[in-house]
Design a protein around this ligand. Structure first.
Ligand code: CP
Ligand code: NVA
Length: 310
């Protein structure tokens, strides 16, 4: 075992870190973002390499990790299924053993969570979940940091989730339990969150609503996501019909808190899960949310590689 290996942390789902570690990460994010905005160089990851493995498409995740790593002085190797032996049936475990002897950190976007867990089990270096069918923890880090920037602590607040019981919904649910806020969930019948998958023990951190309007009542944040996630494209036609009443519109925003925010992890489909009036309207913070992916991930990479600073 490498020296320090016992202390190595992976970030595969929200439950992997504790509330006080998130508090630290959000504070570091603030510092790192401020430095970036002031054009101050901050390069603690010189000579460190991040390997990014994409088995699904990405715009934000790729650019935010790649730009973030370069800004911190490190470098990046970008891999996809098609241009590696992953697409030619080399066992994932062998890929993990090999890659983690050459780089310092690995980010993976893939299908089943079980795959990233197997990779991490055979990796010598920290592994970050860049989205699986079950979770998208880096996105929720960015979302919560964005909430804190605009409104202060999320503790005790209410977040309304309108739409699919997907990877984002599962991750919001875990975050509600770990960070102490309430999640109002409204999904069409047949697309509910699977609580066994979300893995949440405290049932008081969420409430389920049949009607999306009811879920939005009094919410401090209303959020949604695509009706058809990557990997589920074959279900698109039936989802278009099932989700038709789960479009976040101005009526839903009107029953939330007067200063409620709107978030969407993007990419968005205006006229499906959200109207143009809402996503392009005054309550929407989706562009800050997208930008903050980079800042929170810089803090996360620093934490996983260097531990606490100061
Ligand atoms: N929100 C998000 O993860 O976007 P990408 O799919 O573009 O990476
Ligand atoms: N739920 C979406 C999120 C995309 C960032 C998907 O998995 O495709």
């Amino acid at each position: 075992m490498k020296p320090g290996a016992a202390l190595m942390k992976h970030f595969l789902q929200i439950k992997d870190l504790r509330a006080e570690e998130y508090a630290y990460l959000f504070e570091r994010t603030r510092v790192i973002k401020t430095r970036f905005k002031n054009y101050e160089r901050y390069t603690p990851l010189v000579d460190r390499t991040l390997a990014m493995i994409f088995e699904k498409a990405s715009t934000r995740t790729r650019v935010s990790f790649e730009a973030g790593m370069y800004q911190m002085g490190g470098s990046v190797v970008h891999l996809t299924t098609g241009d590696t032996h992953l697409g030619r049936a080399e066992p994932l475990e062998d890929t993990a053993r090999v890659i983690s002897r050459m780089v310092d950190l690995v980010m993976i976007r893939t299908y089943e969570q079980e795959k990233i867990e197997r990779f991490a089990a055979h990796s010598r270096v920290p592994v970050i979940n860049g989205l699986t069918n079950e979770y998208h923890p880096c996105q929720i880090l960015a979302d919560i940091f964005t909430f804190i920037e605009h409104r202060g602590s999320i503790q005790g607040k209410t977040v309304a989730w309108v739409g699919d019981g997907n990877n984002m919904a599962n991750t919001w649910l875990q975050a509600a339990e770990v960070m102490g806020f309430k999640l109002h969930l409204s999904t069409p019948s047949g697309y509910e969150v699977d609580h066994a998958v979300a893995g949440v023990g405290d049932r008081s951190c969420f409430e389920v609503f049949d009607h999306p309007m009811r879920a939005c009542e009094g919410a401090h944040l209303v959020t949604t996501d695509v009706w058809t996630s990557m990997g589920y494209e074959a279900e698109n036609e039936e989802r278009l019909k099932a989700f038709v009443d789960w479009c976040v519109d101005e009526e839903m925003m009107a029953v939330a808190q007067p200063d409620a925010l709107f978030m969407h992890c993007l990419p968005a489909h205006r006229g499906e899960e959200v109207t143009a009036e809402v996503i392009d309207g005054p309550q929407s913070v989706v562009w800050d949310e997208a930008e903050n992916r980079m800042h929170v991930q810089k803090a996360l990479m620093e934490y996983l590689l260097l531990g606490r600073i100061g």
